[in-house]
Design a protein around this ligand. Structure first.
Ligand code: KIV
Ligand code: NA
Length: 266
């Protein structure tokens, strides 16, 4: 099984839906890789792994460390790494330095960055210099301090038109795919029907060219989740139950049992 490539992902526009999940660690990457076309090292790791209040404090060094682990744990999916807040917005040159650092440190194939029309020149700058870029429009969590929260976007016509313009701008600038997060469904359909690259939905529409979820959310491992998360498992419940059983057995001296100890040689 050879690793998929960015051009192969690009060619899936309008075809079989693209499957993407986040991964931050080697074991999760190993388990998800056979089922996914792309693994996203999302800056959502700020909340999910580090307990931070938003993605704003996430650093390049954190993304590089987790990105390297995910590349080591996968051999099939295209690994995409989020550019963290503050590492790319200043200028295309700043973005290139940050993105090159991430790709050199990790071996990942592509980066993702948030933003629309304002980021289009940066998307073009990176794409023309050997760095494939995935866009991200609609609900962009790094802009939480401007947006004021994580509610769905595009509820009035002006905002809807702006989101469509944003997606079109990054797609026209050379993005190989664009994530559409947390928007009214007609916006996601309009974008999907308009742009030349695949759209990856999260809280968007089944009509998108692919879907992404935070793995911990769909596994039932994270406490707060949005309406758009479907729970495919209750891992939090299963981990709690296992810890409870272990604690009871330790207290009852029934663990370790005969199979877990080294008996004397005599
Ligand atoms: O950081 C992340 O997990 C993401 C996805 C939700 C698209 O950007
Ligand atoms: Na992200």
């Amino acid at each position: 099984l050879k690793r998929l490539t960015v051009p192969a992902i690009r060619r899936r526009k309008g075809g079989e839906p693209l499957v993407m999940l986040t991964a931050y660690t080697v074991r999760t990457a190993q388990l998800l890789d056979p089922h996914c076309d792309m693994l996203l090292v999302g800056d959502s790791l700020g909340q999910v792994i580090y307990g931070l209040p938003s993605t704003v404090p996430v650093t390049l060094e954190m993304m590089a460390a987790h990105g390297a682990a995910v590349v080591r744990g996968s051999f099939h999916a295209v690994v995409v790494i989020d550019m963290p807040f503050g590492s790319y917005e200043g200028s295309p040159q700043q973005a290139f330095e940050s993105a090159a650092y991430l790709l050199k440190q990790t071996g990942a194939a592509a980066v993702k960055l948030e933003g629309g029309e304002a980021m289009a020149p940066t998307v073009r700058f990176l794409s023309e210099r050997g760095i494939p870029v995935m866009g991200h429009v609609g609900l962009t969590p790094q802009a939480v301090n401007v947006l004021g929260g994580y509610g769905a976007r595009g509820k009035d016509e002006a905002e809807a038109a702006k989101i469509v313009a944003d997606a079109t701008a990054v797609a026209d600038a050379g993005a190989f795919a664009v994530v559409i997060e947390g928007v009214m469904e007609p916006i996601a359909i309009r974008i999907t029907d308009t742009v030349a690259c695949p759209t990856i939905g999260i809280g968007a529409s089944a009509r998108c060219d692919g879907q992404v979820l935070v793995a911990e959310d769909m596994l039932g491992l994270f406490e707060r989740t949005a309406r758009f998360v479907k729970r495919y498992d209750d891992m939090a419940g299963r981990i709690s139950a296992a810890a409870e059983t272990y604690a009871a057995e330790v207290r009852a001296r029934s663990f370790p049992g005969p199979e877990q100890i080294y008996p004397s040689r005599g």
